[in-house]
Ligand binder design. Structure first.
Ligand SMILES: Cc1cc2nc3c(=O)[nH]c(=O)nc-3n(C[C@H](O)[C@H](O)[C@H](O)COP(=O)(O)O)c2cc1C
Length: 213
């Protein structure tokens, strides 16, 4: 137990085993809407710049809508092929291979969740504004993914369909000032025993006080 009263072993297991799940999503088991609302409720505890709380979630569980979004996602595969050529290591190459395979199944995943932000940035927004904008959704998205994982569901953060953002906007019937920020396939996982990924030691990516520190 930590000083703050958390079971650290369990919290650390959650934080270190919430993976990008593609091949162990149960495509046959429906996901109750109430469960998704629970996870969205938890995500609303995430911070937003100026406390804007302008997260909006479009949850797609209707098969024809999923199929239409899946078609857009799959259309992005050639773009992926281009960057796969420069995969820097075996782990990254495997990710590309799995991402490519997944494109043929994404439409069968029971739920596709599109986190959105209400309010559009001007095209010339300075970095501080862009960072505040996207920083106000991705923390909620990760909380949502952690909440799913703790309940036995898996998810995958994807952005590929955004290459066809306007078509997706039409599919979802979004007003012009609502901006899509990702698309997360969500399903129960087949088994729940996920492992931490291999990552470099934190010392190699941490600088104390200044870059050369
Ligand atoms: C900004 C961002 C965009 C991503 N886009 C995609 C995507 O379009 N398709 C996909 O299959 N995975 C996508 N991913 C998932 C990554 O491939 C995955 O997180 C990474 O390979 C690490 O896997 P792990 O989370 O299981 O450790 C994306 C992840 C991030 C953070």
């Amino acid at each position: 137990m930590s000083e703050a009263g958390f079971d650290l072993a369990e919290i650390d297991r959650l934080l270190s085993t919430t993976r990008a799940v593609r091949r162990r999503l149960d495509l046959s088991r429906p996901v109750p809407r109430e469960l998704l609302l629970d996870c969205i409720r938890l995500s609303q505890q995430a911070p937003t710049g100026t406390n804007a709380q302008h997260w909006r979630w479009v949850v797609v569980d209707e098969p024809d809508q999923r199929r239409r979004l899946a078609e857009l996602y799959a259309r992005g595969i050639p773009l992926l092929e281009e960057s796969a050529k420069s995969a820097r290591d075996a782990q990254t190459k495997t990710v590309y291979d799995h991402a490519r395979d997944f494109a043929s199944r994404i439409g069968e995943v029971p739920v596709l969740v599109v986190p959105c932000l209400e309010g559009r940035l001007p095209p010339d927004a300075p970095s501080v504004v862009v960072t505040t904008y996207y920083g106000s959704i991705y923390q909620a998205v990760w909380s949502f993914q952690l909440a799913l994982r703790s309940r036995g569901l898996g998810s995958l953060f994807t952005t590929m369909h955004l290459a066809f953002e306007d078509e997706a906007r039409e599919v979802l019937g979004l007003p012009p000032d609502v901006v899509q920020t990702a698309m997360l396939p969500v399903a129960w996982t087949v088994g729940t025993d996920f492992r931490p990924a291999r990552r470099p030691p934190p010392e190699t990516i941490t600088h104390w006080n200044r870059w050369q520190g």
